[in-house]
Structures are given as C-alpha cells and as structure tokens.
Design a protein around this ligand. Structure first.
Ligand code: FES
Length: 201
C-alpha cells in the first residue's frame, strides 16, 4: 500500500529541487527515524512550493516513507504550515493587548489601505497575505509585526507604509511566490487548485 502511494506521488510530476533533496538528506542524519524529521521537511517543502497543497504532502509522505494521513494530520495541526496559497510576503501584525494599546489598529488600517486586502486575505497578485496575530513575544517593543521571518519593533504607521511600498516594489521584481499564476513554472508545475483552498479529502 505504501509503495502504491509513493508511485502515485512520483507520478504527479512534483519533485524537490536537488538543493532541497540535499537539505532533507542532511536533516535525516539527525533523527533515528525518518518520522522525526517530518516537521522540518514540511517546512522545507513549504519553502520550496509556497504552500502545502495535497500533492506536496504526498511528496513528503513518499520522501519519508510515511502514510499520507500522518503527514496530513501533522500539517493540519500547525498554523505556520500553510494549507492554502500564501503571498510572497506574509505580513503578520500583532493586535494583542500591548500592541493594541500602542496603536496596532493604525498598522492594520495602514496595511488595508496600502495593500487593498483585509486581514485573512491574500492579494490577487499573490504578493501579500495579511494576518492579525496574537502576541509575537516582543511586547516591550510594541507595536510589533513580522514579514516572513523578519521582526519589526516600535513600528509607526509611516514606517510601515514605507516598508509595504518597498515590498510592493520588490514584489514586482521578484514575482509572486512559487505556486501562484505567473510564478516560475520551470521547477514547479502549475496546479489546478492554485488560488483556492485545497481539498484534502
Ligand atoms: S502583545 Fe504584541 S508582541 Fe506581545
């Protein structure tokens, strides 16, 4: 049964890049069982494909010789593992108490105005996903926000506006994340479910 799943996965045409394969191989040396590497491999898969569509989960399952169900269960548990397309820039604004008292609402309003999307949405061009989050663990530097893996502290609306405008310029140069329409398809085939929440049934 497991071999059949692996055959299906390789048949869908999706494959890790040689660089990611090498990183996975290195990761596997750190764990006594392949299952132990599941979360970091899912993270690498997300880095490479932009989000964890079902075909990517199958690829991870095949790579680690795990059932698709166990890979899916892990992916569904963690909000940092994306089950729907995300923009190239994931903008997370903390709106918890300390940040709220220090003006996070103004930052949200700035993002909505500049990006033209509401929290929880992704821009049509695939460049931005906007989210409100609860405490980025830097309350003493409120208001705080995060763009991808970079933290920003003591942010003013004007600073944030300048940052978003710079990212818009960068985004036009870089294009949307892999997996979005118009993204580089030479290494990643287009997916029919791109732009929508995938079905994991
Ligand atoms: S309340 Fe915003 S970082 Fe803690």
């Amino acid at each position: 049964m497991r071999e059949a799943k692996m055959a299906d996965s390789s048949a869908n045409g999706l494959a890790f890049s040689p660089q990611t394969k090498a990183r996975i191989a290195e990761l596997l040396t750190r764990y006594p069982r392949k299952q132990g590497a599941l979360i970091p491999v899912l993270w690498l898969a997300q880095e490479e494909f932009g989000w964890l569509k079902p075909a990517v989960l199958e690829l991870v399952a095949a790579e680690l010789q795990l059932s698709k169900a166990s890979v899916l269960a892990t992916a569904m548990f963690y909000t940092m593992l994306y089950k729907r397309p995300h923009g190239r820039f994931h903008v997370q604004i903390c709106t918890n108490v300390a940040c709220y008292l220090r003006g996070s609402d103004d930052l949200v309003a700035t993002a909505v105005e500049v990006l033209g999307i509401n929290p929880g949405e992704t821009s049509e061009d695939g460049l931005f996903t906007l989210q409100q989050v609860q405490c980025l663990c830097a309350c003493e530097r409120a208001p705080t926000l995060q763009v991808n893996k970079t933290d920003y502290f003591d942010v003013t609306p004007n600073q944030f506006r300048a940052l978003l405008e710079q990212l818009q310029t960068d985004g036009l140069r870089l294009g949307p994340s892999i997996g979005w329409p118009g993204a580089d398809e030479s290494t990643n085939p287009p997916d029919a479910s791109t732009g929508t929440e995938a079905s994991y049934a």
